[in-house]
Design a protein around this ligand. Structure first.
Ligand SMILES: [Zn+2]
Length: 281
């Protein structure tokens, strides 16, 4: 059983514009078309059995339609192997109703993206969302560190994430990108804390739309040595595999992980045991 804890899809009608807009805005390569069928094809190629979709509500009014689509995705998880989290915008007036609705509809978790949402991860509006999600038992997956669409912005920096962990300690928090994409030094203060970290993009040579590797004005991948030392420092039982598909290739992300120098039992933990445990109430 291989679980990818961090993927993105868009409704078929919106995918060309959404993926195209993000890809051209940041000059970032996409490896599938961002649809459910694109993700399924990628899973078939890579051997991923279950993909968790992490929808980002970039404008408060989008929550309803995004969550309707997410619920539809979840009605066929047993056939597709795709499970969607819900989305909520911390600046929305009805953030609490949205969370309660997600919980009532059986969602396992939510995704927050401080940069796309324009609300810092240690802002009171984020803290209250995480606090309510914790009361409801929802997993909270949060973007962490650098984002190619927002180079130089710090709304999801490891320092701010530490503030969040102090303010709202919660055992079902997942910080993407090992707690701080391309802010690897700063992220050290998070290692060993009671929080899950996903591996999305951390080993990946990110590429622009013409296929050349790029730093996007601030990104560099971890070496395999540094990656495995972070996994050991943090604790392998708090690490989840994520690809960030369609922004990386799932098969390549998986192969970078499996050849990074971790033992077979460590890989089983990251790919299967830990995410299964987290997703199973
Ligand atoms: Zn992502």
């Amino acid at each position: 059983m291989i679980i990818d804890f961090h993927t993105h899809t868009f409704p078929d009608a919106l995918a060309p514009r959404a993926v195209g807009g993000l890809a051209s805005g940041a000059n970032m390569m996409n490896y599938s078309d961002g649809t459910i069928s694109g993700l399924r094809a990628s899973m078939a190629r890579s051997g991923v059995d279950l993909s968790v979709v992490a929808p980002v509500v970039t404008k408060p009014h989008q929550a309803e339609s995004i969550n309707r689509t997410a619920l539809e995705i979840n009605s066929s998880t047993s056939e597709t192997g795709i499970l969607s989290f819900g989305g909520v915008h911390p600046a929305a007036e009805d953030w609490r109703e949205t969370l309660d609705g997600l919980s009532a509809n059986g969602f396992k978790g939510i995704k927050l993206h401080p940069l796309f949402q324009g609300v810092a991860v240690d802002d009171i509006r984020t803290l209250r969302v995480v606090e309510r999600a914790a009361e409801l038992g929802l997993i909270v997956l949060i973007h962490a560190g650098f984002d190619p669409s927002f180079p130089g912005q710090d709304l999801a920096s490891p320092r701010r994430l530490s503030n969040l962990l102090r303010a709202v300690p919660y055992e079902k928090l997942v910080l993407a990108h090992l707690g701080g994409m391309a802010q690897w030094d700063e992220a050290q203060e998070l290692y060993g804390q009671n929080v899950y970290l996903d591996t999305a993009v951390c080993l990946y040579p990110w590429r622009d739309r013409s296929g050349h590797t790029t730093d996007f004005g601030g990104y560099s991948p971890l070496t395999a040595e540094r990656f495995t030392s972070i996994v050991h420092l943090h604790g392998v039982d708090k690490i989840l595999f994520g690809s960030d598909s369609p922004w990386t290739d799932q098969a390549e992300s998986l192969s970078l992980l499996t050849t990074s120098g971790l033992t077979p039992s460590e890989l089983t933990s990251i790919l299967s045991t830990t995410p299964t445990h987290l997703l199973t109430p």
